[in-house]
Every structure is written in structure tokens, then in C-alpha cells.
Design a protein around this ligand. Sequence first.
Ligand code: ATP
Ligand code: MG
Length: 426
Amino acid sequence: MSPNVRAVRGMNDILPGETALWSRLEEELRTWLAAYGYREIRTPILEHTGLFQRAIGEVTDIVEKEMYTFIDELNGESLTLRPEGTAGCVRAVIEHNLLFDGPKRLWYLGPMFRHERPQKGRYRQFHQVGVEALGYPAPELDVELLLMTARLWRRLGIAPHLHLQINTLGGATARARHRAKLIAYLEAHEAELDEDARRRLYTNPLRILDSKNPAMQALIERAPRLMDELDEAARAQFDAVCAALDAAGLAYHVNPRLVRGLDYYNDTVFEWVTDRLGAQGTVCAGGRYDGLIEQLGGRSAPACGFAIGLERLLALLAETGWTGAEPPADAYIVHVGAAAGRVALGLAERLRDAGLRVLLHGAGGSFKAQMKKADASGARFALILGEDEAAAGEVSVKPLRTAGEQLRLTPERAAEMLLAARQSQP
Ligand code: ATP
Ligand code: MG
């Protein structure tokens, strides 16, 4: 095949056999994001190159070697395909003064572009869903981000495969103190530094700790820790995050080497990592970036956020057999006789008001034939309305997937029972 009619290396078609799964995942994501009050923002895929240089930092992997940058020949401007979503989002927030009436919770989803060596879990066009909580100073927001991601893993059934690592980068003065010590340490081991590290030694030594080069890991292990340089405010912020995670019962591992590959972070940084995807195990990454908005020319405002790599998330979901299929109905309403039919309609609506998924038979037929349909529907319970039940204002509840007696209950009690059953087997 001629090279011109092949996709660009590292950029994948998502074919009809896969798009259904993507759509179902996106639907899950939208429901989850709405539950935390996040609203969508869509920004252009192209931005001025300078935006990423200023936001991500000149001496980072992304800006040094991963960006698709070109000159617009019509006017000579340098443009770049976005390698991540935060810079464009913050740019839009400043440009449209979105924080004028208070903090905002925003999310985005779409393709990102990085010129990396393609391999499993690492592509040149990939997709991220990300959130940015802008204008919130409190550590509770950092924790909410973590609880929020944990909830998503539970909803998708992958919680057991993801482990949370957190660290703090402190404030600017702690980073400056640490920087001096780090440079002294690395200078003393100059022979062990690789080419990247040598280049970054005086420009961005913190990035050296982010190196993936196996030969550098022992050196990085022994390097001075930013954690040891924290001032009181940063320590208090980090302690508050850890205490809130403990209170919420969310397990985490403090990894003092976690520094993240972008310059804009301070205080809390985190990654959710899986051991099921080989070397490309980071599925979600984020943290606090209180300085970025001001750095890009906006009025100073604190912020935090994260991004999830959707290809990696889908790869993990494939490992665990997630299909995104609709969960079964909570109840199938079987109704015999005209009076029961009228009651059934009202009962179904009341149960839906309570948050339950309900199928109404609605097609006549004998009790036996209706029970067969109830069973075939996959519903957890049959709710039976005969003439007796209709007259008494009650309903008979028969479990279809578990052993258990048929019970005669009021509609309120039936709703409670169905909700409780859903909690125990989501
Ligand atoms: P890595 O350490 O794997 O290079 P990163 O630190 O560069 O990741 P971020 O910039 O924090 O990644 O992006 C957030 C998430 O986006 C990552 O955790 C990952 O899931 C995903 N991601 C990043 N780069 C790629 C890529 N080239 N292909 C696929 N997914 C990616
Ligand atoms: Mg990277």
C-alpha cells in the first residue's frame, strides 16, 4: 500500500467494532462527571506553541521532544497540536473570564498528540478525559478528585486493579531549596547521568527524577527528597489530604519520587497505576497547579485537576471483561387483570422515582407466560400484581436471581428492598 494512504504511525482508527465500547464508556463518564458538578468545555485542538511552552515548561519531555509543532505558512505563526488539555482549558478560562463569578469545575474529553515512540499504551494520537477544578484552594478539593476517580474505578469494576500513589511538591521556596541540594547531589554523580539528565541538570533537575531510564533508577532512589524540605504550610496541606483519605478509607501509597512530567504542579500530585498493563501502567494522573492561571496571564487563582488516558483505561477494562452493557432491571412488573394493570402503571412510576430501573410487562397474557418474560428479561425481582394485591394496595415481591421467599409488601417497603438488593450486588 502506498505510504500516503496509511494512517500516520502511532495514530489509530477506532473502527465500528470498537466505537460502541467507546460510546458506552463516554456515557458512563458523563454521568459520573455530572454527579460531581463538572461541566464540559471544548477547546480547539490547535493552540499557539507558546501556550504549551509557558504552561508545561520548556525543559520537559513534552515540550522538548513530543510536540507536533509547525509554522502556519499563511501567517508565519507557530502552532502546536495540543499534547494535553490543561493549558488550553486554562487559556480559555482566562480569555473568557470564566472565574468572574466564582470557582468552576470543568471537564474535557478528546484527542491529544505527542510524538512518542508508539508501543502498547503509548500512541501519537490518544484520548484523555480530564477535569479542572479552578478557584478552589482547599485540600478537600484534592481529596474530592481522588474520591471521584476511586468512584469511577468502582463503577467500572476495576477498583482492585488500580493503586493510588501520592506525593507533594510543596511550594516554590521548598522546591528552590530542594533544587540546590538535588543539583549538588547530581553533580557529584555526573558520570551516572544519561544525556537527558545532563542537559537538564541546571535547567530543570526535578525532571530528572521523572526519568524512565532503568539505568538511572538507583541514582534517583538515593536523591534528596523534596518531602524533607517542605515548609509548614505545605506540610499541613499534605497532612490534611492524607488525613481526609484515611477518614474516607481510601488506600494510598506515598511515593516521594513522584514528580510528574509537567512543570505547573505544586503541593499534591498523584497517579493511579495498574500492574495489568505492563510498562504503561499509569491510567490517571494529576495534582494541584495553583500558579498556572497567573503564569498564563490570568488573575491568580488556585486550581487542581487530573487526566485519564482513555486507551489505557479501555485496555484495563478489556482485561477485566467490561462490556458496558446496561445493568439488569431491578424489577419486572407482572400484572393480571384490568384493575391491576392500572395500579401497575402507578407503581412503576413510583419505583422509578425512587431511582429503580423497572420494566412493566404491559402486554397481557397469563400469569405463567408473564413470569417467563420476567425471568428472560434478566430483572432481579418480579413484582406481582394480581387482583388481591391491587385491592390491598400491596405487591408480591419474588426474587428471580437468588433463592428467597416471595413476600407481600407495601410499595414503599418493596422499593426499599429493591434498593438494598442493588447495593449488595451492584
Ligand atoms: P507517561 O509517564 O506514561 O509518559 P505522562 O506523565 O506523560 O505519562 P500525562 O501527561 O500525565 O502522562 O497524561 C495523563 C495520562 O494520559 C497518562 O497517565 C496516560 O494514561 C495518558 N497518556 C499520556 N501519554 C500517552 C500516550 N502517548 N499514549 C496513550 N496515553 C497516554
Ligand atoms: Mg509521557
